[in-house]
Structure formats: C-alpha cells, structure tokens
Design a protein. Sequence first.
Length: 331
Amino acid sequence: MAVAATAFALHAQPVLNQASTAPVAGEMRIDKFWDSVSVVPRNTGANQTWNFSSFTLSAQSADTTWYLSPSAAPGNSLFAGSNLVSLSGSSYEFYKSGATNYEDMGYYDVGAIANYTNSGISYVWPVSFGTSSNDSYDGPLTGTAVGERWGTISVNASGSGTLIMPGGQQYTNVLQVITKIVDTQTTAASPSLTIKATGYEYYVAGAKAPILTMTDLTLISANGSFFLSGPKTSTMVNSAPTGIREQSNDLSWAVFPNPANEQISIKLADAGNEACTIRLYNTLGALVKQATAKNSADTNLQINVSDLSPGIYFVNATQGNKTALKKIVIE
C-alpha cells in the first residue's frame, strides 16, 4: 500500500532558546508512545533523513506533564532559586530556567527527595546545529531511601534534515539534538544503580516541544542490565487561562454545562471496551477531581463540582493511549 506523505517546508531550521523552547508555568505536555517495527534511525550529520513512518501507536497510555510555579509544589523550600516545576505522576522536578541556560535542581517524590548541591545544566542557550555542552550534577538522596545521586549531561545538536513522522507526515529543516545522561545512585538497599539514557530529539520552528523523541535506555545494577528503546511524539499545550489550545482529536466527547456550578457531565461517544479516566485540574496543575467512566457504547458521567472555588479548570480524558483536554469555567 502506498502511503501519501505531505511535506511541510518551514521557515528555517530552528535555533533553540529560552523563549522558543523552555516550558513555563501553566503549560502541559502530552507524550504518546510508538512501537518500532523497523530499523530505528539514529543517523547524525547535515542533510539527513529520519524515517519513522512505519512505527505504530503503542498500547501504552499517554503521559501528561504539567509545568507549575514552585509555590504550587510540595518541598519547594528545599530548592532555593528554582522558578519552574514539572509534575509527572507523583514526581515534582525543580528547574531554574534562565536566558542563558536551563538547569535541573532535583526532584521531590513520595518517599524520595534528590536535592542537587551541584545542579545540572541541561541546555546552554542558544542551541543550533553544531553546538554542544557538558555538565555534571550531584547531591544527597533523602526520604525512605538515603544515599547519593550523581551524573553527567551532554547535549549535542548533531543533525539537520527531514523527519518523516509515524503515519508519513514530513517536516523539513528539522534540528536533531542528542542528549546523553549517565545517572548513578547508591542507597543502603541498592548499592549501585546506573541509568544510561540517550535521547534523540527532533525540533521544528514554531513548535515548543520536540515533535518526536527517540530514547535508548540502559539500566545497570548488581543483578545485571537491560536495554529499552522507543519513540514518543509530544504536544505542548498552553493551559493558562488565556491562549488555551484544547486537544480533542483522539476522543469524541463533550463536557457540559459550561459554565457550571453544581456538576458537570462528560459524554463519551463510542467508548468501546476500555474504561476512561477523567481528571479535573486547576490552573496550577493540581488534580482536584478524578473519576472513571465504565466501558460502554455511550458513556455519560457526572462529577460534582459544587465544592470547588469559582474559576477556570481543565478536564483531561484518558482512554488507553488516547487523551484529550477541554477548558471549563466553574461559577
């Protein structure tokens, strides 16, 4: 079967800087995962072609990362100088985002805290084809597991060319950035665990997040090692009260009434055989409500919102590897 691909010629190869690339509080990143069914492209250099067109959507659920102000995150007093936090699952990662670099200061998770006394610089702005940077980080681990964590970060803008996405869509003037991280931690329970990660990120002008990331991951412990590899595509959504870009392409659904004051109804058409998780977030990215719609051919779920403060909220629906986002107002 022939696959028709559309080429998008963008203005110029991107030059990454804080304004174009660094996330800000109020944004949200959605990552979808893909399964490799052919040779994974890892070529570097100028005028390259990276072909991911035959990769298929994974059954793995999409990941959502929220970007918050440190004041909205627990443990913020431990990370002096931080001005940005990412929240994925239960892990809060603290950063210092500046005009010259983007710095990782550590994380706060349930039972585990890493506070880097020597923070790690992930990006030195600007990043363009041929630029590179290297840094190291280290600090104590506290919480239920006490120990040390340290590592190195190297970033190399190593390629330029044409990217063919899963499904066949093509982008030209793409910048490839390779990030290599070697991370080691020791605790009383685990004398040594090392993670080696190599991420191949592909950027185009006008898109804040890389439109595709390919990650090679190796875990090394006293019990041996194993290797994981796979691509993901990303969408950066501005979830601030202004400029919201709602994502509803994956699911046929509706949220009503809007505005609401007592309850909201979520109607999912053609829900199929998978349950759908509904999460309600405030503008700081905090989860305030969660419910699960049982599988059926046509699901209508009600959520009580009478106990919530008036304001803007975001409804996120996740069903398998599908995800969608809508904005609502509670009066």
